[in-house]
Design a protein around this ligand. Structure first.
Ligand SMILES: [Zn+2]
Length: 416
């Protein structure tokens, strides 16, 4: 692969019958944050669009950027950062224990385990835990805190290594990783091999139905190859020998889908999972036209957001933003905020991003100290999925007299 390629097959079922859902044109890579301003302004752009499989109804990107370019800059997102995430994993463990009837000492693997936040909670309850993650820094952090973590990719070779060194597992878990992996079919195949008979796999992915319902278009970016809903996944998992035990949704990351399945070669679907699938299928049938017109909805909502910012700007209010997540790039572009005149800077907690620029803009990323000394009147929260954590942090640090603007799911104003 040179710089990027067009994806010509459904990544789940292999069908070549794909139709374009929407296109954002060429967009810079959201993680390509450069120190040098003029290099940042010249950052390369790549096509960003969504297509839909006519056979299994899966949604995926229309182009794949060469992973070498995509992951050249690694800002190693640490799971342990957000408080809401920690609470999520804390509640996850008893839920799994109840559903999978785990016994003390059972072996658990987390695929894309990051800094080991999820596994820590399982370890507390006396399970044997192993992590695997290709990102170097989080893996080092996990190993330091005694969560044994393999710093390798979960591909054919990686799973061979795990099988040889650790044997088979009773339970495999994975959170918000499967949308990034370039060959999901082989991931499920390798998980199947690594599980004991009767063992369970539970994973969470962003739920595309929620993205559509809440207009969360900024979750579409080059690193996210897939936009999942349950039906296409269920079809693939059953074809590989799993039974579907449970399908649920939760509020993590703006809306996630949790799939629990079992290696038993029975390919069954539980009663409750069937009800979930029926509800989901109704949604897609009912919203067919709405999805076709999604591009217009996105444009309208971003025009409205720009109008609000413009009004404050005309009144000479000082406007900054909070958080430089990957998704910020698309939102800033679509709301016409990429130009330097509206936004003076972005404040960010991740030290690795400070001093860099949002690609193709002059907008600099600064630390909290700078923010405190150059307090704006208006603060746009680009990491809107962490709004509760951010608000709590600002109040704790005694930041007052700022109007917070949350762009999504709906434009909200919060005065602190
Ligand atoms: Zn398909």
């Amino acid at each position: 692969m040179k710089h990027y390629k067009t994806i010509k097959k459904c990544r789940l079922c292999g069908s070549k019958k794909l139709s374009q859902t929407l296109s954002f044109g060429k967009v810079p890579l959201g993680n390509n944050l450069l120190y040098n301003q003029s290099s940042s302004l010249r950052a390369k752009k790549y096509p960003l669009g969504l297509q839909n499989c006519n056979r299994c109804n899966h949604y995926q990107l229309s182009h794949e950027v060469n992973p070498k370019l995509l992951y050249a800059t690694n800002y190693s997102y640490l799971t342990g950062v957000g408080k809401s995430f920690i609470k999520h994993f804390k509640d996850y463990v008893p839920w799994i224990e109840n559903k999978c009837k785990l016994s003390k000492g059972d072996k658990i693997l987390d695929v894309g385990s990051n800094d080991g936040t999820c596994l820590k909670f399982f370890k507390k309850n006396n399970y044997k835990v192993i992590g695997i993650d290709p990102a170097k820094m989080p893996a080092i952090k996990a190993n330091k805190s005694k969560i044994k973590t393999y710093n390798i990719f979960f591909n054919d070779r990686g799973s061979e290594i795990l099988l040889k060194k650790e044997g088979k597992f009773d339970f495999i878990t994975s959170h918000n990783v499967f949308a990034h992996i370039s060959d999901l079919r082989s991931v499920f195949k390798n998980i199947f091999k690594l599980l004991n008979d009767g063992g369970h796999l539970c994973f969470e992915v962003g739920y595309f139905l929620k993205v559509l319902q809440n207009n969360l278009f900024d979750t579409i970016y080059h690193e996210h190859l897939d936009y999942h809903h349950a039906a296409p996944l269920v079809q693939l998992l059953r074809s590989q020998g799993f039974s579907i035990i449970s399908l649920t949704e939760n509020k993590v990351q703006g809306g996630s889908l949790r799939v629990l399945c079992r290696k038993d070669n029975l390919k069954k679907i539980s009663y409750s999972a069937n009800l979930f699938l029926q509800k989901e299928s109704k949604f897609f049938k009912k919203n067919k036209i709405k999805i076709k017109k999604w591009k217009n909805t996105i444009e309208n909502s971003m025009n409205k957001f720009e109008e609000i910012i413009k009004k404050y700007y005309m009144k000479k209010y000082v406007i900054s933003a909070y958080g430089a997540p990957t998704k910020a790039t698309l939102l800033l572009k679509l709301a016409n905020l990429s130009s330097h005149k509206y936004l003076n800077y972005i404040v960010e907690d991740n030290k690795l991003k400070i001093g860099r620029h949002i690609p193709c803009t002059k907008i600099k990323i600064v630390d909290f100290k700078y923010f405190r000394e150059n307090k704006p009147n208006i603060l746009i929260v680009l990491a809107w999925n962490f709004i509760d954590d951010i608000k709590a942090q600002l109040i704790k640090k005694k930041v007052k007299g700022i109007l917070i603007l949350v762009p999504l799911p709906k434009i909200r104003k919060i005065l602190i």
